[in-house]
Write a protein that binds this ligand. Structure first.
Ligand code: 6LW
Length: 517
């Protein structure tokens, strides 16, 4: 049986996995986006369906504004122990209130999670380890050692001394630790080299939790660095044992293309078969992560056809008739609810006085671009009459790098417009005038260009403008996230007078090959 990587496409980095019976759960980082910490479910490890978020209530946490997309929610770990799911994660916000490491718990991962329980401890990339003597440990990334500290879940606090475990093999940023116990050994899995092209996975083991840890003789145990493979930057992995005793890992990876290599979908989730029949685990193809793996079998029974397990996988349509936004939609920061409303079949956005380039709360919803080649359409009604106000469709890497098209009121007239924002460079192109207040917009994405069009009075698509994908890549304008396709409205100085009504959103993604063969 063959399957293809990534198993979760688009910006789903830092995966962590756990198993509860026949069910597998993966969590991913979400940075400045809300709801926070995506949680997905699978029975076969290949087909994943997003089932919720750990941070879903506005009151749970503050996500700090005024920062680019390299802060917020980093690298969660999920563990299942004695009927309870635990998720531990960092809110990176330079020591401001609400920042730091915290955990949440639930008995129903698709339902509500507890409020955050903050743990007073430094570093990022936290993990939990449940030992077989009943003790539980917090694992964290110090500088440079990975450390462990016992945790008392009754009290919700760390107890005892911090134990330094291992500083890795000498690569930059030893981070992302997870501990596993097998055959009387404590195996410590970490990442080194940084999340970019030198990313690698290293391992060490000890007979005692506190060490000393002996490194695996063939570290790095997994890396695609300096190889010409379709998948790059592999690292930040977590292991899971299936019911039949086979081991698997999820990790992050990218799909760079062109020269110099670049990518715009962010870091995606890969599945790696692991052979742990010997003393040390062998990851993937002799330590490499391939785009396609041939495996004897996947856990559970493989259900039905591609896409049926995940309704928003390749194609997605939203008429916004539901009371709740689909799980694939995000806000930037915890939203200001006054900026959002609902029509019977439509989403209403009430733009505030901010601009799209402000790293502040704006009227914006977006979903991940999950395919290099994809097409998005949306209808917009925006009877704008106030200078500066605008609403439209945006391809958004972050507040400093985005392209958009829509309707705006400029120099006394309602016009169609197209904007490219590349760092501090901004170019807006406006049509002479637009008679109506309704427009259907289209965004076509491929490896080279983002092309915006609108449906003209003759019912034909007319191009509004094109921007190079290159400038909206991680390598040029990004940090930890990939691109989002967004709907927004903003007043650029004054609160919008007109409401923007978005209807009939459709996204069609195209994979190059069948998902599972
Ligand atoms: C995360 C770190 C990493 O905390 O990137 O690739 C950071 N690994 O472990 C943010 O995603």
């Amino acid at each position: 049986m063959k399957y293809q990587n990534p198993v979760i496409t688009g910006c789903y980095p830092d995966p962590s996995i756990c198993r509860a019976g026949d069910d597998y759960y993966v969590v991913n980082s979400t940075f400045e986006f809300f709801p926070g910490v995506v949680i997905s479910h699978s029975r076969d490890l290949v087909h994943w369906k997003q089932i919720g978020h750990c941070i879903s209530r506005d009151s749970q946490l503050e996500l700090f504004q005024g920062r680019m997309n390299n802060s917020g929610i980093y690298a969660p770990t999920i563990r299942y122990h004695d009927g309870i799911f635990y998720m531990v994660v960092t809110n990176v916000a330079n020591g401001e209130k609400g920042s730091g490491n915290f955990y949440m718990w639930t008995r129903d991962p698709a339902g509500e999670w507890s409020d955050p329980i903050f743990l007073d401890t430094p570093g990022i990339d936290p993990s939990f380890f449940f030992d077989d003597d009943g003790k539980a440990y917090y694992m964290g990334t110090g500088s440079p050692e990975i450390y462990a500290r016992e945790i008392d879940f009754e009290k919700g606090e760390l107890v005892g001394e911090s134990i330094k475990l291992w500083a890795g093999t000498g690569g930059a940023y030893p981070e992302g630790p997870h501990l596993y116990k097998k055959d009387g050994w404590y195996y410590l899995l970490i990442s080194e080299g940084g999340t970019e092209r030198c990313h690698m996975l290293t391992m060490a083991r000890s007979r005692k939790l506190e060490g000393p840890y002996e490194p695996c003789p063939y570290n790095p145990v997994m890396t695609n660095r300096s190889l010409r493979l379709p998948i790059g930057s592999v690292g930040h992995a977590d292991l899971v044992e299936d019911k039949e005793g086979r081991w698997w890992a999820v990790c992050l990876g990218t799909r760079p293309y062109g020269y110099p290599p670049r990518h715009n979908l962010g870091r995606e989730t890969m599945l790696v078969p692991v052979d742990w029949s010997g003393e040390w685990p062998v990851f993937g193809d002799k330590g490499r992560v391939l785009e396609e793996f041939e495996v004897e079998t996947l856990p559970g029974s493989r259900e039905a056809e591609v896409g049926t397990l995940d309704s928003f996988y390749d194609d997605f349509f939203d008429d916004f008739s539901s009371d709740k936004l689909d799980l694939g939609w995000n806000h930037i920061y915890v939203p200001d609810r006054a900026l959002y409303g609902k029509a019977e079949k439509g989403l209403l956005l009430y733009g505030n006085e901010k601009c799209l380039k402000d790293a502040e709360k704006i009227a914006w919803i977006g979903r991940r671009q999950r395919h290099y080649i994809c097409e998005t359409q949306v209808s917009l009604e925006f009877p704008c009459m106030q200078e500066g106000e605008e609403a439209g469709l945006t391809i958004f890497m972050n507040n400093r790098h985005h392209y958009e098209a829509g309707l705006a009121y400029r120099e006394g007239k309602r016009r169609l417009f197209f904007r490219r924002q590349i760092g501090s460079l901004e170019k807006v192109e406006c049509a002479p005038e637009y008679a109506g207040s309704k427009v259907t917009l289209k965004l076509e994405s491929d490896l080279d260009n983002y092309r915006f069009s609108y449906l003209n009075a003759e019912g034909e698509w007319e191009i509004l403008g094109e921007g190079e994908v290159q400038y909206l890549t991680t390598e040029v304008g990004g940090a930890f996230t990939g691109n989002y396709i967004g709907l927004y409205s903003c007043g650029n100085g004054e609160k919008c007078q007109a409401a923007a009504l978005f209807t009939e959103f459709r996204y069609n993604g195209r994979r190059s090959e069948a998902f599972v063969k």
